[in-house]
Design a protein around this ligand. Structure first.
Ligand SMILES: *Cc1c(COP(=O)(O)O)cnc(C)c1O
Length: 365
């Protein structure tokens, strides 16, 4: 038996998403790059690279991980490159996207040997959260002024726009893309590739993949550009659980269960976005608030229903623990870091990483 806590990645579930990605590539002609900032667990890249064209990044380290562990096309993006990073980023990448005209002007010459792009900010977006909205007022994410962008077209051959976030509504995507075409269409005719970023939930159940692909193909033909998509969450959604064990139960107006994990350390986005975790099937007469073992008072996974009263030693599976989860885990409170375990396509279980006191100690000095 594998000691909890651990993240359990199910390769069969992953392959389901990847097959939809392959379908989108075939039907739309788009190239699809994995956004490493969402998911960078490289032990499953062997499967992912069969279905995706490469990776995109948000830092030098991600560029390097993409090049060394994933392969294919390595797209480099960062909100701001430093003088110390730029040469290595250019040497590792097939193409580099600058976030601003300032960065482009600063580093265009150093990057002249590879494809160069600029991030555009269309000032329209889908996001339920201000903190995650690239089009929020005063946003630093990309250039919006068409005239200014036109003045640097001699130094770029493509654009990147990322303005969707968990958008599962095709009509909304379609409308936003229409607004983007209206704003930037004249510029689009002058480049060779356009990345539409991530945040499109096209692997979700019921998403109209054929309509989506037709829209992408129409966009690509209208401007004569290679379209790219940069899914993070859509690539790995519903593939991974966080396996935990109940360590204690208490009653304080509600039944409480404390588990051997922590949202602050192991599922940080629940805290940032004030969301509840998911447990399936979440049915039965016994209700518990499932809590983490850190000392943060609000370290709560959520309130769930169970068929039987929870007891010390019971195992729980927290759903959907792949995206923005493993990449954000941290050593707060010195809580045992979850191991990483893979369920292979044949059903066998393979632990690929365990973390020890030495890792905790080595994370500081
Ligand atoms: C975050 C991000 C992505 C991936 O977004 P998902 O919502 O995980 O699909 C892709 N491209 C850029 C530029 C991003 O910032």
């Amino acid at each position: 038996m594998i000691q909890t806590p651990y993240y359990l990645i199910d390769k069969s579930a992953l392959r389901r998403n990847l097959e939809k990605i392959a379908q989108v590539r075939a039907l739309s002609g788009a190239k699809v790059l994995l956004a490493l900032k969402c998911f960078a667990t490289w032990s499953v890249f062997d499967l992912m690279r069969e279905y995706m064209d490469g990776t995109t990044s948000s830092s030098l380290f991600e560029v390097r991980l993409g090049r060394e562990r994933f392969g294919g096309e390595t797209q480099a993006y960062s909100v701001a490159w430093s003088d110390a990073e730029i040469d290595q980023a250019v040497s590792l990448a097939d193409k580099i996207i600058f976030n601003s005209i300032g960065q482009l002007e600063r580093f265009a010459d150093k990057a002249s040997g590879i494809a160069r792009g600029l991030r555009l900010n269309p000032r329209v977006s889908v996001s339920g959260f201000d903190i995650a909205d690239p089009a929020r007022p005063f946003s630093r994410l990309g250039e919006h002024d068409v005239e200014k962008i036109a003045s640097v077209l001699d130094r770029v051959d493509g654009f990147m726009i990322h303005n969707n976030c968990e958008n599962e509504d095709f009509d909304l995507f379609d409308r936003l893309l229409g607004q983007i075409e209206e704003r930037f269409g004249a510029l689009f005719h002058k480049v060779r590739w356009i990345s539409l970023g991530g945040g499109i939930h096209f692997t979700g159940a019921g998403y109209p993949i054929e309509k989506f692909c037709e829209r992408l193909r129409r966009f690509s033909e209208r401007f004569d550009v290679q379209v790219y998509l940069e899914p993070g969450e859509a690539a790995i959604t519903e593939t991974t659980t966080l396996e935990v064990t109940v360590l204690d139960t208490l009653f304080n107006g509600k039944h409480l269960a404390v588990v051997d994990s922590s949202i602050e350390a192991h599922m940080l986005d629940l805290l940032i976005y004030r969301e509840s975790a998911h447990i399936a099937p979440n049915q039965g007469p016994h209700e518990y608030m499932v809590c983490g073992k850190s000392c943060l008072a609000g370290d709560v996974f959520g309130t769930f229903r169970f068929p039987r009263p929870l007891q010390v030693g019971d195992r729980l599976s927290i759903q959907d623990a792949a995206g923005y989860t493993m990449v954000k885990k941290n050593w707060f409170n010195g809580v045992q870091m979850p191991s990483i375990v893979i369920r292979e396509l044949d059903g066998s279980i393979r632990p690929v990483r365990e973390f020890s006191f030495a890792d905790f100690q080595a994370s500081l000095s």
